[in-house]
Write a protein that binds this ligand. Structure first.
Ligand code: SF4
Length: 264
């Protein structure tokens, strides 16, 4: 993520020249696949080998206790091939499952459920609690708090239809690309009354896909305790005013930054 600062300083052309110099030939134009979604491997999915499937377990922020890790490793050994994989959206995937009913039952016994809204599979937060650039509340805490709140207070069909994904960064290095999510939270330290506090900016309307867009910063310097209320006001407004089944990103991008700020 921090490479972007160099791109910003040098400009795209200089970066291209430098890379082509190292490669020894010019780049060819890219006409391949584009990312259509952050993830499309939620839950139980078939494998190409008949009778086998894989299970993608939503972890939300990618943090597990040692006991949970051992529990999942045991499931992988008992029902799969003993292999576990980590996904770019901070989940855990168990491949080569043959008895999915039993594996799912076992997962449920330790509260690993496969029926949350998509945002629990696709939302991510950076490792700000390890990298030392921020103070509490850290990005993963903020993500869990907001995603669980939405999960408990809004219909899952509505959340899925909205296409909302949350991406939280602890600082402007943006390791979790908060400007590429429908709801981004971009952290920054601020001095308030002589005390250093961790604040977040709300970034709305970003996302990948055939028409990618960068989110816009709507409000800065928000304390983590205000985030749920502000997002909830916005989501309620979205529910009342969206056009047909308009998703949250398109809805946000219909309004100016000023209008969105006034709403929250
Ligand atoms: S975004 Fe900032 S706080 Fe988060 S991991 Fe990257 S450098 Fe650390």
């Amino acid at each position: 993520a921090r490479f972007k600062w160099l791109v910003n300083e040098w400009g795209v052309e200089k970066i291209r020249e430098m890379l082509e110099g190292k490669l020894g030939k010019p780049f060819e134009p890219y006409n391949g696949l584009v990312f259509l979604k952050n993830s499309n491997h939620e839950g139980i999915q078939p494998q190409s080998q008949e009778s086998k499937c894989y299970i993608n377990i939503p972890i939300l922020g990618g943090r597990l206790s040692s006991e949970d890790m051992i529990y999942l490793a045991d499931i992988a050994e008992s029902y799969g091939s003993g292999e576990l994989r980590l996904t770019p959206t901070q989940n855990i995937l168990i491949p080569d499952i043959q008895n999915k009913e039993e594996a799912v039952k076992k997962l449920g016994k330790r509260n690993f459920f496969l029926n949350p809204p998509n945002l629990k599979w696709s939302s991510i937060a950076c490792s700000s609690d390890f990298c030392g650039k921020t103070i509490k509340p850290h990005a993963k805490q903020v993500l869990r708090s907001l995603a669980n709140y939405l999960n408990e207070n809004y219909k899952h069909e509505l959340l899925n239809e909205s296409g909302i994904i949350i991406q939280v960064d602890g600082c402007p290095n943006h390791c979790c690309a908060s400007s590429l999510a429908e709801i981004g939270l971009s952290g920054a330290l601020a001095k308030i009354d002589g005390h250093l506090v961790q604040t977040y900016a709300i970034v709305l309307g970003g996302g990948v896909g055939p028409e990618p867009s960068l989110g816009r910063i709507i409000e800065r310097g928000i304390s983590s305790s205000q985030i749920k209320k502000k997002i909830s006001i916005l989501l309620n407004y979205y529910i009342e005013n969206r056009k047909n089944s308009e998703n949250f990103r398109d809805f946000c991008n219909r309004y100016s930054e000023e209008e969105l700020k006034n709403l929250i």
